[in-house]
Write a protein that binds this ligand. Structure first.
Ligand SMILES: NC(=O)c1ccc[n+]([C@@H]2O[C@H](COP(=O)([O-])OP(=O)(O)OC[C@H]3O[C@@H](n4cnc5c(N)ncnc54)[C@H](O)[C@@H]3O)[C@@H](O)[C@H]2O)c1
Length: 302
């Protein structure tokens, strides 16, 4: 399949791995900063000579043989680029979030259907072994009838993380903890509950990251159309800092600052939950109505 990559930053490494693993024919790469393409190829050891662009429209226009494009740019331009590609008859893989507004997301779906092309959102955690097992168990009726579900995303992101790129933590280009860090968990909750959302109540706050525009904590109650209820807890404010990508030194730096946030006071203890563990309530499994709790620590971090 003839393939191109638009946006060659950090996450693009995974897209190159996918190119290799799936035997795609990569013919072009695009980034506003040309050196990013060099860095990406160097990091991944990708040797193939490909056409290089700084303007994604030129890339699309000059390669009618293209069939599939990955979009791994700042979130704020995902929709614009996706719509251009779709309008040119291309299948697209879009990094999460696929758009910054529901209107844009709906437009992507509408135009993709009209053009008969496929759109894939990067919600790779759906393919995690534990998540797949949970889904299979749900489908087989192991938990009976679902009553409610919850997702708890208790992560830590400090200033070093946000300083990595100017687009992070801004309403137009990133969104806050819910849109960026918690999106995989929210997606899993909706997928597991097996229904579209009817209503959402919630609150968000900016507590410990005054240099960001967006929220660093959000709590919500979701009513699903099938009658189940969900809760969402999402934050980047808590310790311990477990992401493999965060260095201990940067964790110490923030811990020692006056704005250092406290650990969560939740009684569920998920901040100490080991990686790759999905929790379900054994007691619930014996009852006709059950609940499931998915701890996103089990899934790969953003
Ligand atoms: N699926 C996941 O779990 C996951 C994990 C991390 C990041 N992401 C998403 O991937 C996207 C990129 O994240 P990142 O960490 O790689 O960011 P990054 O800042 O490292 O890379 C983004 C790249 O896109 C380029 N770019 C921006 N606008 C462009 C344009 N109009 N045309 C061409 N190139 C453009 C930038 O120059 C930069 O090199 C974000 O939307 C993020 O939310 C997803």
């Amino acid at each position: 399949m003839n393939y191109a990559l638009i946006g060659c930053g950090r996450i693009a490494v995974n897209h190159i791995k996918a190119v290799v693993n799936n035997g795609l024919e990569m013919i072009a790469a695009c980034d506003l900063i040309p050196e990013q393409i060099d860095n990406l190829f160097e990091k991944t050891g990708f040797q193939k000579q490909v056409a290089r662009y700084t303007d994604y429209k030129k890339l699309v226009d000059e390669h009618p043989e293209l069939e599939l494009v990955s979009i791994a740019t700042d979130s704020g331009v995902h929709a614009e680029i996706a719509l251009y590609c779709i309008d040119h008859g291309l299948n697209v893989i879009i990094e999460k979030p696929i758009a910054m507004s529901l209107d844009d997301a709906d437009e992507i779906i509408r135009r993709a259907e009209a053009k008969h092309v496929k759109v894939s959102a990067c919600h790779q955690n759906r393919f995690n072994v534990a998540v797949q097992e949970l889904r299979r168990a749900l489908d087989s009726g192991r938990f009976g009838k679902l009553s409610h579900g919850s997702i708890n995303v208790r992560w830590n992101r400090n200033r070093d993380y946000y300083d990595q790129a100017a687009w992070r933590g801004k309403w137009a280009s990133d969104g806050g903890a819910l849109m960026n860090q918690c999106i995989h968990g929210i997606d899993l909750l909706r997928w597991m509950m097996g229904s579209e959302v009817a209503e959402v109540y919630g609150a968000t706050r900016q507590q410990y990251h005054p240099y960001l525009e967006c929220e660093d904590v959000g709590m919500a109650v979701v009513k699903f159309k099938n009658g189940t209820i969900g809760t969402i807890e999402g934050t980047v404010n808590v310790y311990p800092q477990t992401s493999k990508r965060r260095s201990t030194s940067s964790a110490r730096t923030e811990r020692s600052s006056s704005a250092a946030p406290p650990a969560t006071t939740s009684t569920s203890g998920t901040s100490r939950t080991p990686a790759r563990r999905i929790r379900t309530s054994p007691a619930c499994m014996r009852r006709p109505a059950t609940s499931t709790e998915t701890v996103t620590r089990a899934c790969s971090p953003t």
